[in-house]
Design a protein around this ligand. Structure first.
Ligand code: 4AD
Length: 478
């Protein structure tokens, strides 16, 4: 392995006038002399200048876009105007050739659709390498936030027998022979004969297990993959995505909102501070894209201005009832411009409504709380009015819902009633209801969709472009 990266040589002065070794992939090769090399450690390429007169022509021919090279040479201040430093190459080795004729990542602009089909190579482009470096940094910032705030990181199971969200959109996990499934006396599939002796699925959320740990360790979080078999082919939905779920004992809905806002501001601030080069690149990319749009459709804020805006301003907090009143009376609704017209309390908010509230009405992140019990999950705490629950969603500009959470129902009798009402067998949740029998207490938590946050921070508009290998309906390539 080579110890020095291109990022190091640009950032650490100590390598100037030293003999170094760098490995990377050729971005371009021009005039049989200048190699532009990138190793993924940062956006910048290093120019490597070859003494072509003393290099075998056969070897020169192998320096083509996409080839992997090991370069030995002296790092010097460049005389050229386009770069500050360059390597005067003494020796180089072709580690892996690349057929430039058919190499998919040509030095030109490619569409995101094309790059999705070449997801194994798309991080060789500036845009995708910038997005994935930010994704990595964001993951670190998230762990950092919880670590400095006294949270314990727990690994909740990926295979589970419970459906936390109660929506039933799960991927089944089985070792039964699907062509010849065993049946019981009633002709139903006999899951007792399955690997775990019961029906199991990939988890949709680590929340229920996180609750158990919050009720002993106090402040915990889980950050893992979650799976949803809903057939939503949208730019905001994945079938496999990563979710961050903190869960805190003795914290109510107000504390939950405060935690979520503080956490989001911290991690965005972290990226603003630590990923400046990649953010500036993505900002320029977006500004160029904006120029193609009609003036009235252009974003008022640039990417970095938008991120600063979120970290510096308080989120707007409103109840569901207030949100419905605003939506019912807005021009868009009255002129029937929404696909789903809001005419009564109890309606589920669609993405178009969420975006109206955030982008048109308040122009800042919005927290909506106290939703109708009927449209929310069974575990949420029922308010005294008997019809709303202490749920909260956080909506972000350009994204819509980014966080969903709640205060949890800690009263055993009310929780059991709810479980019965929605038709779950209470025996399946015996351990979850046990938590309400032994030292129950107010507790709350939320789930943040990691990819939705990466979208917001990078300005990417399709969720498939912020996860290395997206899983969506009819697509599990790579
Ligand atoms: O609102 P959701 O379904 O909440 C839960 O799963 C709770 N158990 C969380 C908790 O309280 N611990 O999902 C939480 C977030 C959403 O706000 C959204 O950002 C993201 O997860 N999300 C998705 N992201 C990508 N693709 C999907 N199909 C998503 N579904 C939800």
């Amino acid at each position: 392995m080579n110890d020095i990266s291109i990022n190091d040589i640009f950032n650490l002065k100590k390598y100037i006038d030293k003999e170094i070794n760098i490995c990377g992939w050729v971005k371009t090769f021009r005039a049989n002399r200048f190699i532009s090399l990138n190793d993924g450690s940062c956006l910048k390429n290093i120019q490597c200048v070859i003494d072509f007169e003393n290099t075998e022509p056969e070897k020169l021919k192998k320096i083509s876009t996409g080839a992997a090279l090991s370069i030995f040479g002296k790092l010097v201040n460049s005389k050229g105007s386009k770069q500050s430093i360059e390597i005067q190459v003494n020796e180089f080795e072709i580690l892996g050739e690349s057929d430039a004729e058919i190499y998919p990542i040509q030095p030109k602009k490619h569409s995101f659709e094309f790059l999705r089909e070449n997801a194994h190579l798309r991080t060789r482009t500036n845009t995708f390498s910038a997005v994935m470096r930010i994704r990595s940094s964001l993951s670190f910032a998230i762990h950092n936030y919880f670590n400095i705030n006294g949270f314990y990181h727990i690994h909740t199971p990926i295979i589970t027998a419970s459906d936390a969200e109660g929506a039933g959109e799960q991927f089944r996990v089985t070792t039964l022979d699907i062509k010849n499934t065993p049946t019981d006396d009633f002709g139903n599939i006999d899951f007792k004969k399955d690997f775990f002796g019961k029906e199991t699925n990939l988890t949709v959320s680590g929340q229920l297990e996180a609750e158990a740990y919050a009720m002993s360790l106090g402040k915990v979080y889980t950050f893992g993959p979650t799976f949803r078999a809903e057939n939503s082919n949208t730019s905001r939905h994945l079938s496999e995505f990563w979710m961050i779920e903190p869960e805190v004992a003795f914290m109510d809905i107000k504390g939950n909102m405060k935690l979520a806002e503080d956490f989001l501001k911290y991690v965005i601030q972290y990226i603003l501070k630590n990923n400046n080069e990649d953010l500036m690149f993505l900002e320029t990319r977006l500004l160029n894209e904006e120029k193609q749009k009609p003036k009235n459709e252009r974003n008022e804020l640039s990417l970095i201005e938008k991120l600063n805006f979120v970290t510096k301003n308080k989120f707007k907090v409103i109840t569901y009832t207030e949100a419905i009143n605003i939506l019912k009376n807005c021009k868009q609704n009255k002129k029937k411009k929404f696909k789903y017209i809001i005419d009564e309390w109890g309606a589920d908010l669609q993405s178009e409504h969420e975006r109206y509230l955030v982008e048109k009405e308040f122009k800042c992140p919005v927290i909506i709380y106290n939703y109708p019990a009927k449209i929310k999950s069974f575990y949420m705490k029922l308010n005294d009015d008997g019809k709303t629950v202490r749920a909260m969603d956080i909506l972000f500009p350009g994204i819509g819902e980014i966080v969903g959470g709640s205060q949890r129902e800690e009263r055993l009798d009310i929780l059991l009633n709810k479980i019965k009402e929605i038709g779950i067998d209470e025996k399946e949740l015996w351990w979850y209801t046990d938590l309400r029998k032994y030292g129950t207490a107010v507790h709350s938590g939320f789930g943040l969709g990691f990819e939705r946050l990466v979208m917001f921070i990078t300005g990417m508009t399709n969720i498939r472009d912020v996860i290395p290998f997206p899983r969506t309906p009819q697509n599990a390539e790579f």
